[in-house]
Write a protein that binds this ligand. Structure first.
Ligand code: SF4
Ligand code: SF4
Length: 313
């Protein structure tokens, strides 16, 4: 039985944090989109591209490469939580109250804060400015993360508000949520981008921190209610690209009810290494690569054998 982390309490309109808003996104659903990245995720995939999304709280990020050693951050910090060393600025986490003053004072953005509060109203003001481009391109909004279902109260309000404006709504999810929650969200969603990472639950837990029973259950439940779903599979050599995992994935998808639109395969790339460094996380042991071209083609053929259209995304 899955145990869920506490849902982010969005009864306070400011309690759901956004760590990025990407305009003109072309890989997060159809057309040209605005992708809203929400903070907080119940998974901890070792290949995660957005490590700053995991914590639901504001975090300080620091880049040695951008730091000019001006010490503005040290001077302004009310808690005396920063010091300059030969390795750059060090923050004493036990003293830091994540007030953000250091980031505001930093002239080079070497120090930044990840996570800012937005309301339904403030986000809608941003999205409504894009309606023309959404309409012309067949695009819309994509709520991603992190795991947007962790902020399901505010997510539902946003989906309803977008629906009233005729904005196409996509939710990019790990599927790790209460079934009741995801089915409630599904009533307001035009497209799910649904991650299917590893079919073996023990391996899934090893690499993501959680088992996958509820994820598979929720995918079945969404398919049964006729949700529009594109399944996304990250491809990481030696972790989930083996023939058995691909075969098990294809069998599972082929048996789903409804009309699954297809499978997007996402070969791994190491874009998150710099973000791990900025968060002060040791990620050096995680050397991961995508399967080579030949294996990617074999994987596509494995899905095709089950009548599933798979493409490299
Ligand atoms: S976030 Fe605030 S308390 Fe933390 S290091 Fe920066 S200025 Fe100091
Ligand atoms: S204010 Fe920015 S550039 Fe200056 S020392 Fe601090 S982190 Fe480095």
């Amino acid at each position: 039985m899955a145990s869920f982390p506490d849902k982010v309490d969005s009864s306070d309109v400011y309690s759901c944090l956004i760590f990025d808003i990407k305009r003109y996104a072309i890989n997060d659903g159809p057309g040209i989109r605005t992708t809203v990245f929400m903070k907080g995720c119940p998974l901890s995939c070792i290949w995660c591209h957005n490590p700053e999304s995991r914590s639901p709280d504001v975090q300080k990020m620091y880049s040695t490469a951008k730091c000019i050693g001006c010490e503005q951050c040290i001077k302004i910090c009310p808690e005396h939580a920063c010091t300059l060393t030969s390795d750059g600025i060090i923050t004493y986490i036990d003293r830091c109250i994540v007030c953000g003053q250091c980031a505001e004072s930093c002239p080079t953005k070497a120090t930044e804060m990840s996570g800012r509060p937005e309301t339904v109203q403030s986000l809608m003001e941003i999205l409504e400015k894009e309606v023309l481009i959404f309409d012309q391109s067949g695009g819309g909004v994509t709520f991603s993360g992190g795991e947007p279902l962790m902020c399901s109260d505010i997510l539902i309000q946003l989906l309803d508000a977008c629906g009233k404006k005729g904005i196409h709504r996509t939710v990019d999810t790990s599927g790790y949520a209460e079934t009741e929650t995801i089915l409630n969200v599904a009533k307001r969603v035009d497209l799910f981008l649904y991650d299917l990472k590893i079919m073996d639950s023990i391996m899934h837990k090893k690499y993501t921190g959680v088992d996958n029973e509820i994820i598979l259950h929720n995918l079945k439940a969404l398919a049964e209610v006729g949700a529009n779903i594109t399944i996304r599979i990250p491809l990481i050599k030696g972790i989930n690209d083996d023939p058995k995992n691909i075969e098990d994935s294809a069998v599972f998808i082929a048996r789903l009810a409804g009309d699954i639109k297809g499978v997007d395969l996402l070969p791994h790339h190491n874009i998150a290494d710099n973000k791990h460094k900025k968060l002060g996380q040791d990620h050096t042991s995680q050397t991961m690569v995508a399967p080579d071209q030949e294996r990617q083609e074999q994987i596509i053929a494995q899905f095709e054998a089950y009548g599933i259209q798979a493409k490299i995304h």
